[in-house]
Design a protein around this ligand. Structure first.
Ligand code: NDP
Ligand code: 2IT
Length: 445
């Protein structure tokens, strides 16, 4: 980096103790160096300096009463990162690991992901260090209501439209939406991932996992292979992992793993989707329960070992930095030919380097998992029209969007001198649209 090194130094000085945010910014700025070279007017207008600084960061107390009558205090976050091309848009993560660094890296990546969908959505992210694990429905409801009591004043269907992420699914979106409606006396598309009888879009639940498979099929086909006949390793067993398993299987792959933060299962016969769904979606159980019903499957109580399983295609769908250099080396050694990121930033920079060095087809998160937010934007469109499309209509649009994202990333990679590097291409393709909008809208005094 030459021109943009200064921007990165400023990010580190201004945001101490935020390693995930630094990691995400570093990767993007490295890709954007040739863009800065070609667009000195953007450098002069401070577009890059403004791009790495959130427009607004909201931190708030979330207090609620647990089932024992004890007062609990959590911290709530919403980072409204960039609204150059549309209202802030991005999920809400509920997980004990949540802190400002994690929400900022997610919000930052969301800007470029959302831009690539071709739909008018800016970037944002939020959440809380609330741990939903082991909580009763009543506790989750009281937390969500308290969280929304503060968040409501900062969001709106034309301002900021949150959605799900880790720990936030249909139940949490329901409780939050109910509270927003009560507080504002309005029925609007302020959240996405809503229930199907109250404004939700068909295919939103499936969209991230399905979109990941559509994207990867496109990327792999340009190298002469695809899901058909391939062995697939998937991490996680939540929303993204389940529907990636469903689509990869439908497309002819054999998915042999699933995991949670406690461990992973390996099923040489292929993961039984109905059983996976019944354990995770119906019983809300743990992945180790899978082996109780499948004598051929085995469980290991170390989720990082999932990458030791031999596979042609790896789809990390759990969390950030889940594939480090050692895991990436293991994948390469075992003959893995493609890695598609369902999770956000699941690969460390060292792991990415190894993919590229070993000729592994690499589908970076901000392109490969954009199907979820793209379908959220389709939900917003349907809400504005007060209309709803069929599952097939939404799924067809989703497929078209994922193919378009792949084409744009591949073209940008070639145009800027690194043909085949989809990470480089996705960063550039996403950025160009946002940068142009920021430049044209001027600097606010
Ligand atoms: P869910 O909460 O539905 O599932 C998360 C899964 O990942 C669970 O199996 C969970 O296991 C596992 N997991 C979470 N944290 C860790 C950890 N620290 N180590 C190991 N495993 C972990 O979330 P989603 O499926 O929605 O999200 C998964 C990933 O996909 C995230 O990175 C998210 O940001 C990303 N994503 C989600 C989109 C969406 O539409 N939902 C869209 C685009 C990206 P456990 O139960 O043990 O916690
Ligand atoms: O990371 C993501 O893109 C999401 N969690 C989905 C965001 C959304 O607004 O649908």
């Amino acid at each position: 980096m030459k021109i943009l090194q200064q921007v990165f130094e400023q990010v580190k000085t201004r945001n101490p103790g935020e390693p995930e945010f630094h990691q995400a910014v570093m990767e993007v700025l490295e890709s954007l160096e040739p863009v800065a070279e070609r667009n000195p007017e953007w450098v002069a207008a401070g577009v890059f300096d403004r791009f790495v600084e959130p427009e607004r960061q909201i931190l708030f107390r979330v207090s609620w009463v647990d089932d024992q009558g004890k007062v609990q205090v959590n911290r709530g976050f919403r980072v409204q990162f960039n609204s150059a091309i549309g209202p802030y848009k991005g999920g809400l993560r509920l997980h004990p690991s949540v802190n400002l660094s994690i929400i900022k890296f997610l919000g930052f990546e969301q800007i470029l992901k959302n831009s690539q969908t071709g739909l008018p959505i800016g970037g944002g992210k939020g959440g809380s260090d609330f741990n939903p694990r082991g909580k009763s429905d009543g506790e989750v409801m009281r937390f969500c209501q308290s969280f929304m009591t503060e968040l409501a004043r900062h969001i709106g269907p034309d301002t900021d439209v949150p959605a799900g992420d880790i720990g936030t699914g249909a139940r949490e979106i329901g409780y939050m939406y109910g509270q927003y409606k009560r507080l504002t006396n309005s029925f609007t598309g302020v959240l996405t991932g809503k229930g199907l009888t109250w404004g939700g879009s068909l295919a939103r639940t499936e969209a991230t996992g399905y979109g990941l498979c559509y994207f990867m099929e496109e990327a792999m086909q340009s190298h002469g292979f695809g899901f058909q006949g391939s062995t697939v390793a998937i991490s996680g067993s939540g929303n993204v992992a389940i529907f990636a398993t469903e689509k990869a299987t439908e497309m002819g792959g054999k998915v042999v793993t699933a995991s949670d933060s406690d461990g992973y299962v390996y099923d040489p016969d292929g993961i039984d989707l109905a059983l996976l769904k019944s354990i995770k979606l119906v019983k809300k159980g743990r992945i180790k329960e899978y082996v109780d019903q499948k004598p051929n499957a085995r469980y290991e109580a170390d989720c990082s070992k999932v990458w030791s399983v031999a596979c042609d295609i790896a789809l990390p769908c759990a969390t950030q930095n889940e594939i480090d250099a050692a895991s990436a080396a293991m994948l390469a050694k075992n003959g893995c030919k493609a890695v598609g990121e369902g999770a956000n930033m699941p690969s460390t920079p060292e792991a990415i380097e190894l993919y590229l060095k070993n000729g592994i087809v690499y589908g970076p998160a901000k392109a490969a998992n954009a199907g979820g937010v793209a379908t959220s934007a389709l939900e917003m469109s349907q809400n504005s029209m007060r209309y709803s499309w069929s599952f097939e209509e939404v799924d067809t649009k989703l497929k078209g969007i994922m193919v378009g994202i792949h084409t744009a990333a591949a073209n940008a990679a070639a145009e800027y001198g690194q043909p085949g590097n989809l990470m480089f291409g996705a960063n550039i393709a996403g950025f160009l649209k946002v940068a142009r909008a920021m430049y044209e809208q001027g600097v606010a005094y």
